[in-house]
Design a protein around this ligand. Structure first.
Ligand code: GRF
Length: 359
């Protein structure tokens, strides 16, 4: 067909912007992978188009989709993804960019409006991209996502597991008794989940042995040169592994290092930790000992979402554990762990039920 639209070059898009501006009209730009187009995308693109006079989609090249979404993606190569997009009335031009960021496109095109889906906020846009948009004087508009519509959900249906189990990625540095409790809850049918991946920052940690014994994939990630921190390459590797294993919820089970970007951004609202105290009391190490030394009569357990702090982040559930006369650090810790082993699987299951519609 001779009138088949073709992928635009960056120069063509720049020319379009110039022509629009000469007429006092506005160019809207958005970017993304658009691997398997669904109604969420289509509605979003229609809304984006309505923000100006022409909509340009900057499409991630295949290598960057692979890096962002895991080795099985994209399902469709860039030419095909572009052709589907160009078939939409709302899309005027498609330009393909390589690299993980669209910064170069923003700098060249200087869109009047930049539009992004509601999984982003103006604040959590990538800093480099945000800077380029600010420099270009672009107005940034976030359009709400259509609930329940996502490529991963569509993929799940295609794979025939629309009712699939919650996939847990567990991070631990020690014995893994909480992981054991999770396996037991799964076996008992009280937790509808599976554990495709267990990661440790300690080579040979017992948690890895337990995981191997249960058929989970196990990975030791070299934490880098620090004693208590995780180096940036380790943070990235953990994130990539969790994504490649299509993990829904990241479960920290005695993981002794602070998890940061990119894991925190990628799994925002889907990373949990268990801590052996009634937070915010006694964060940090050996909190049962801290409680005893402080003369408390009640200790406890907290499950919380993970943020960039140590044992901070919104609390999901807490349970008190009485301190008994004559308790030693060991006896108290053992009583606390018993409570952990019931509370953690329960809270993970409840979180999974809440997330089921949006993961
Ligand atoms: C637990 O006490 C948990 O509260 C803390 O680390 C410990 C992990 O124990 N965050 P285990 O490795 O699950 O046995």
């Amino acid at each position: 067909m001779s009138d088949q639209p073709s992928i635009s070059s960056l120069n063509e898009v720049v020319d379009l912007r110039t022509a629009l501006e000469a007429d006092g009209r506005r160019l809207v730009l958005t970017n993304g992978c658009f691997d398997l187009l669904h109604t969420g995308h289509v509605r979003y693109l229609r809304q984006a188009r309505a923000l100006g006079d022409a909509l340009v989609v900057a499409l991630n090249g295949d290598a960057s989709v692979r890096r962002l979404k895991g080795p099985g993606r994209p399902l469709n190569p860039a030419e095909d993804r572009a052709e589907v997009l160009m078939g939409l009335e709302s899309v005027d031009r498609v330009v393909v960019f390589e690299g993980d960021r669209a910064t170069g496109v923003f700098e060249a095109v200087r869109p009047h409006v930049y539009c992004k889906g509601g999984d982003y906020t103006v604040e959590n846009l990538n800093a480099e991209e945000r800077e380029a948009l600010d420099q270009a004087g672009s107005e940034i508009i976030i359009v709400p996502l259509v609930p329940g519509q996502s490529t991963s959900q569509a993929l799940r249906k295609l794979e025939g597991d629309g009712e699939r189990k919650l996939r847990l990625g567990v991070l631990g540095s020690g014995s893994g008794s909480n992981l054991e409790a999770i396996y037991q809850a799964i076996e008992a049918g009280t937790l509808d989940a599976e554990v495709p991946l267990v990661i440790s920052d300690v080579d040979g940690a017992r948690i890895l042995d337990r995981a191997r014994g249960r058929g989970s994939e196990t990975v030791f990630v070299d934490p880098g040169p620090y004693r208590t921190k995780l180096g940036a390459p380790a943070q990235k590797e953990i994130c990539d592994r969790l994504k490649a294993a299509r993990v829904d919820v990241v479960v920290l089970a005695g993981f002794m290092r602070i998890v940061k970007a990119p894991v925190l951004d990628e799994f925002d609202g889907r990373i949990v930790n268990i801590h052996p105290s009634l937070l915010p009391k006694f964060p940090g190490l050996e909190s049962w000992k801290q409680a005893l030394e402080a003369g408390e009569s009640i200790a406890g357990v907290t499950v919380h979402f993970v943020d960039a702090g140590m044992d901070t982040g919104p609390i999901i559930a807490q349970e008190e554990v009485p301190i008994e006369p004559g308790d030693t650090p060991k006896s108290l810790h053992a009583r606390i762990q018993k409570v952990e082993h019931v509370l953690y699987p329960r809270v993970i299951g409840e979180l999974g039920a809440k997330l089921r519609d949006c993961i």
